[in-house]
Design a binder for this molecule. Structure first.
Ligand code: NAD
Ligand code: DAU
Length: 363
């Protein structure tokens, strides 16, 4: 049994990690999250009230508050997922990405170092700082290039990926300089339940359900590798438990698809289960909603992951294949209109503000 501090545990991947830890282990989870627009306590479901779940609304840039959380809860390990995560937002407003992903990560690292350095030796040896990062730090690939390995040089393209690359370097520096036992994982695109509908898959599902255009950047031939979020959460637990401090592990889904393939697959699933509303009688299939729009500036062409290290050294492999994972994901959005409506209407924010008044508002 351990006490795990998860940052960003109200986000898409963080909430899956929290749900999985509470359901499948006896560990206590301290969930530290600022609750930005991307933080949604609804995504924790019943786990929110779980007796081993402690929620702290804290900004990772607020050093005093982060120190308080470490001293009050005394974690055995940290899984750091809190971040600004959406590439398009980083293009229109990079400052928040530098603030949270770079300054916030360095604040968290430094507080963790101070706390770790004073732990009794056995606990000190076991302590881990696990930083959750992205394959986007490696830049992009041409169609014939070999997949990213842990040795691929960093070449980030967007303000988002540059900020994540910076945070990866900070983590390595804290390991090398101070000896803080760190782990880094770099993962490909996640999909699954509770994803905020600014990302491609939930955006397309929800727009399609409303008969709205399905925007595809450029020609739709950019390639992403897709991993189900529950598989990612399992990979993170594996790396935390068995990974070697100071090392990086790439995580991928073995499912490279063009964006057009992904969007067409969603359209075809919806045609079967959810025919277009009759108000759209001009359109015969959901594919008719596909609309090519101007490309994302600096749009990375292709990502692909070589998962040899994690699969061979730690015996982790993705369980879900993309076709069935996508089918279940579409079904989840159909089966959970309440979550969807509260996100779409902004009601999830009202609840947060009513229950977690911000520090500024209180003082
Ligand atoms: P998300 O945007 O859904 O969630 C981010 C969470 O972090 C939110 O709950 C938000 O409130 C919180 N947060 C943001 N700024 C904060 C701050 N200053 N202090 C405390 N909390 C803050 O993101 P996600 O998709 O769940 O991604 C989680 C992590 O995984 C990120 O670090 C991201 O870079 C990485 N990642 C994501 C993917 C993906 O496909 N989504 C793939 C690989 C890696
Ligand atoms: O690769 C891992 C990364 O995957 C994570 O680090 C990021 O946090 C996560 O957001 C994701 O980044 P992407 O930019 O790949 O995800 P997004 O869902 O925004 O876009 C997926 C692809 O679809 C990308 O090539 C851009 C394209 N796209 C996206 C949107 C939102 C469209 O064509 N139309 C859209 O409307």
């Amino acid at each position: 049994m351990m006490k795990l501090l998860v940052t960003g545990g109200a986000g898409f991947i963080g909430s899956a990690v929290v749900r999985q830890f509470l359901a499948e282990t006896d560990d206590t989870v301290i969930n530290l999250d600022k609750l930005t627009y991307a933080g949604n306590l609804d995504s924790l479901g019943d786990s929110y009230d779980h007796p081993r779940h402690i929620f702290e609304r804290v900004d990772i840039c607020d050093r005093a508050e982060v120190e308080r959380v470490f001293q009050q809860h005394r974690p055995d390990a940290v899984m750091h997922l809190a971040a600004e995560s959406h590439v398009d937002r980083s293009i229109t407003g990079p400052a928040a990405f530098i603030e949270t992903n770079v300054v916030g990560t360095s604040t968290l690292l430094d507080v963790a170092r101070g706390y770790w350095s004073e732990l009794p030796s056995e606990q000190k040896q076991r302590f881990r700082f696990h930083h959750i990062s992205t394959d986007e730090v490696y830049g992009d690939l041409g169609p014939e290039d070999p997949a990213f390995t842990e040795e691929t040089p960093y070449a980030p393209s967007s303000p988002y990926s540059a900020s994540k690359a910076s945070s990866d370097h900070l983590v390595r520096a804290w390991q090398r300089t101070y000896g803080l036992p760190t782990l880094i994982t770099n993962c490909s695109n996640n999909y699954g339940p509770y994803q905020f509908p600014e990302k491609l898959i939930p955006l397309v599902i929800l727009n399609a359900l409303e008969g709205k255009p399905l925007p595809i950047y450029g020609k739709g031939d950019n390639i992403r590798d897709w991993l189900h979020v529950e598989d990612h959460a399992r990979a993170l637990r594996t790396v935390l438990a068995q990974g070697e401090p100071g090392r990086t592990y790439n995580i991928g889904g073995r499912a490279e698809k063009t964006n057009l393939q992904v969007v067409e697959a969603i359209c075809d699933l919806l045609d079967t289960h959810y025919p277009l509303p009759t108000t759209h009688s001009r359109l015969t299939t959901h594919r008719d909603l596909i609309t090519f729009v101007s490309d994302r500036p600096g749009h990375d062409r292709r990502y692909a992951i070589d998962d040899t290290r994690i699969s061979q050294e730690l015996d982790w492999q993705p369980q879900e294949n993309f076709d069935s994972g996508l089918r279940k994901t579409v079904q989840w959005y159909l089966d959970n209109p309440e979550w969807v409506n509260r996100v779409r209407s902004g009601a999830y924010r009202e609840w947060i503000e009513a229950n977690y008044a911000s520090r500024e508002a209180v003082s």
